[in-house]
Design a protein around this ligand. Structure first.
Ligand SMILES: [Zn+2]
Length: 474
């Protein structure tokens, strides 16, 4: 009888510790967005090739992807009007496995700094053929291009003359990327920005293409961070390309395994959160790509920190995550620290430079919260990013402190110094009100203090129960 009673009490304690709570519903924050857009073409880096629109091209290239040999051949036309014509690829592309395996009608002048082929001036339709070598088993190496029997993903080579590339068969040519093989293009418009999602038939997306393209368009309107590029090309890629994603100005790719569920990221190691919105955020960082602005050395951490922070924050503004998911993410991220990270010093970003993602995002969650508190919710971190993007010249750490002061209406210099120039972590900016019970439960279950408190509470309940039982027996 006595043991049945104890067992019942233990089961009750266990239930209190493990019961789940229904998440809060998400709130969409509509922000005022200055609707101005920029032409992305002039921001494309020199080492990246670009396919220009047909109307602007002196030379045209017709693409053909052979799925059996897994080779992409570009046949150049209309060379009669040009005196010289060069095709180049950088060592970055070479290091990522891209090879030119044939160049009919070109002299090979390649060197240590990359591939370089000069047209012989005679062949009327010269050709170069590309492939990708050393493709690893999925997810194991840093591969960003692919050539397989179902699809291919290649960089656009650099050309000495304005060149337009297009497929004779199925494929999509962006500005800097070529996707070979059958694909579907999904589009959405957000004010002056057009979003295109290019999905190869070979991909197996974890989120539906409609959800992805609509989420990108919502983020485009909701993120009040200054001018946007007139269009964004988002490529879904699949194995053998590594997991995660990468962005180049207004274009990015994301592995098809990516989801909107950032809770699952903690099992994967690298914390990108929602990779779709992480890479989209990069396209809104004019301080990374635009010619009028860049970041000072002590601010380099801000690029990945803000992409990681907004991957979570922008998802939370949509239906895909609640303030409670947001809170749980940053609570978890600040618990799992990797060494003594000093954000202002790149050599102190820890293993695989993870500190800029992890501590960087925690600091920005705290800063966003401070700005909201100081301005009674009138301003958010968006206003800081906006001012950085529209800054003229280099955004130094001193400029950043001034921007934060202007946005918050009060200087936060010593708070910023403590968390950016030393290894001190801030308390993350948790949305506690929306998530009180959930947070209390996490703190009870996953911190030592919480576990001790829970154990003591259970002992008290058991002790009191035992006394009541004895009292009743007497
Ligand atoms: Zn990133």
């Amino acid at each position: 009888m006595r043991w049945t009673y104890f067992a019942a009490l233990l089961v009750l304690c266990g239930f209190l510790a493990t019961s789940t709570v229904v998440s809060d519903t998400a709130t969409a924050q509509a922000q005022s967005t200055t609707d101005s857009c920029l032409d992305p073409q002039s921001d494309i880096t020199l080492q990246n090739g670009v396919s220009v629109p047909r109307t602007e091209a002196n030379v045209t290239g017709v693409l053909d992807y052979n799925r059996n040999t897994q080779r992409l051949t570009i046949t150049y036309h209309n060379l009669s009007s040009v005196e010289e014509f060069w095709v180049d690829l950088s060592t970055t592309h070479y290091n990522r496995g891209v090879r030119i395996v044939n160049a009919t009608g070109f002299a090979n002048l390649s060197s240590d700094i990359g591939y370089s082929f000069r047209w012989d001036g005679k062949t009327s339709r010269p050709e170069v053929t590309l492939t990708v070598v050393g493709q690893p088993a999925s997810g194991r190496e840093n591969h960003e291009y692919a050539a397989s029997s179902r699809w291919g993903f290649f960089p656009v080579p650099s050309h000495s003359e304005a060149t337009n590339l297009s497929f004779a068969s199925q494929g999509f040519v962006g500005d800097q990327f070529i996707l070979a093989g059958p694909n579907t293009v999904h589009s959405a418009t957000a004010g002056c920005q057009d979003i295109r999602l290019i999905v190869p038939q070979a991909a197996n997306l974890s989120e539906s293409p409609d959800s992805i393209v609509n989420s990108l368009a919502s983020a485009s309107s909701q993120f009040d961070a200054g001018p946007r590029y007139t269009y964004v090309n988002a490529y879904a890629v699949t194995d053998p390309i590594r997991r995660g994603g990468a962005a180049e100005t207004h274009e990015f790719w994301v592995h098809d395994a990516a989801t909107f569920d950032f809770g699952s990221e903690f099992r994967g190691g690298v914390i990108l959160a929602n990779t779709w919105l992480h890479e989209y955020t990069h396209t809104r960082q004019l301080f990374t790509f635009h010619s009028t602005v860049d970041l000072g050395e002590k601010m380099w951490w801000f690029t990945e920190a803000s992409a990681t922070y907004y991957a979570v924050d922008l998802t939370t503004r949509q239906v895909y995550a609640s303030p409670c998911n947001y809170t749980y993410y940053f609570w978890n991220l600040s618990r799992r620290r990797m060494g003594n990270v000093v954000l202002s010093n790149q050599s102190r970003w820890g293993p695989h430079e993870q500190g800029q993602y992890r501590k960087g995002a925690v600091v920005l969650s705290a800063l966003d919260q401070r700005i909201r508190n100081e301005t009674n919710g009138q301003r958010t971190l968006d206003a800081v990013v906006y001012r950085m993007n529209t800054h003229n010249g280099t955004v130094t750490y001193a400029d950043f402190k001034q921007i934060v002061k202007d946005v918050a209406g009060t200087p936060l210099d010593s708070w910023l110094d403590t968390h950016i120039t030393t290894s001190t972590y801030p308390e993350p900016g948790l949305r506690k009100k929306a998530c009180r019970w959930h947070l209390a439960k996490q703190q009870l279950l996953y911190t030592n203090k919480g576990r001790v408190a829970l154990l003591l509470a259970c002992l008290i309940v058991i002790g009191t129960g035992y006394h009541i039982y004895q009292w009743k027996q007497n």
